[in-house]
Design a protein around this ligand. Structure first.
Ligand SMILES: Nc1ncnc2c1ncn2[C@@H]1O[C@H](COP(=O)(O)OP(=O)(O)OP(=O)(O)O)[C@@H](O)[C@H]1O
Ligand SMILES: [Mg+2]
Length: 290
């Protein structure tokens, strides 16, 4: 097996394996200071290289905690994670993270926000695909290319407060893609958007994913969003959180936006809904933004 410059075995690139993850946080206990509240218990998952993997689950079941562990932002109390065949011990440029809110620097232009990962921290120019070799002109050209890829050509000199919420999230997506991550972890990235913008963002993300061929782990509350996007959907639930079931979604791609209104699409959503309902009770307004 050949080994890439960053020590990753080529066949493993973008593959995620997590085994036996358990974690607890300090939580206030009634009248007795603090106690440990278990949040994840024996969570395991394998995501194939290049797969689009969605995780759905109710609020507080540990989805964000799990993503933070996969990203190396949080050390689990038990278990381990590898990405690309290498054990995760901290944040790495091969793993990108997109949050629910775009978190842009208001005083910087769109282009300067996208270039940020190459200036600071682990995604910087010293490591990862850029490794300090590329000129600032090449970085700028790549940032402009990614901005065009997310439909923001011509907006590079705008400031974030001159953009809509959906446009700001597209800037954040371009910024996450700039270090060319093998794996993209997305934590309810479209949760704050209205239904029409969210649908457009889903289509845009699928187009990018089909072009770039990267592994995506996407967390959402919305069953229809998960089924529309995913190769497989994992349902998380319980306290402490566990993976309760994993469903393959064998709907051919490319998937048109109108797919959401097909009977066979609803049939794919139904078993996911049934498990969620078992875990959380009847769900109101699922997929309708209520
Ligand atoms: N840093 C922390 N310190 C203490 N408790 C925490 C911390 N982060 C999360 N928790 C607790 O862990 C549990 C799971 O939180 P987490 O954010 O992973 O849930 P989630 O599934 O992402 O929820 P949501 O869908 O609302 O985003 C919650 O009970 C939360 O209060
Ligand atoms: Mg969360």
């Amino acid at each position: 097996m050949s080994v890439a410059a960053n020590g990753t075995a080529e066949g493993e690139k973008g593959r995620i394996v997590a085994r036996g993850l358990s974690h607890a946080f300090d939580a206030p206990a009634r009248g007795r200071g603090e106690e440990r509240a278990p949040v994840l218990e024996d969570v395991g998952l394998e995501v194939r290289a290049g797969e689009f993997f969605c995780i759905v689950g109710g609020s507080g079941c540990g989805k964000t905690t799990l993503l933070r562990i996969l990203a190396g932002l949080l050390r689990p109390e038990a278990g381990e994670v590898s990405v690309g065949g290498r054990t995760v011990e901290g944040p790495r440029p091969e793993v990108g993270f997109l949050f629910q809110q775009p978190v842009l620097l208001e005083w910087r232009t769109v282009l300067e926000n996208v270039l940020l990962p190459l200036e600071v921290g682990h995604g910087g120019a010293r490591r990862g695909p850029w490794r300090g070799r590329k000129s600032s002109e090449a970085k700028r050209a790549r940032a402009l290319e990614l901005l065009a890829g997310v439909g923001l050509e011509g907006y590079e000199h705008h400031r974030p407060d001159q953009l809509s919420g959906g446009m700001q999230q597209r800037v954040a997506l371009a910024r996450t893609l700039l270090p060319d991550p093998e794996v993209l972890l997305m934590d309810e990235p479209f949760g704050a958007l209205d239904a029409i913008t969210r649908g457009a963002m889903q289509t845009l993300l699928l187009g990018l994913w089909e072009r770039l061929g990267r592994t995506v782990v996407f967390v959402t509350h919305d069953i229809a969003e998960a089924v529309f996007l995913a190769d497989r959907v994992a349902v998380m639930g319980g306290r402490p959180g566990r993976i309760e079931a994993v469903f393959p979604v064998d709907i051919p791609r490319p998937r048109p936006a109108s797919l959401r209104y097909e009977g066979h699409f609803a049939a794919r959503c139904r078993p996911v809904y049934d498990i969620m309902e078992n875990l959380h009770g009847p769900l109101r307004g699922e997929g309708t933004g209520e």
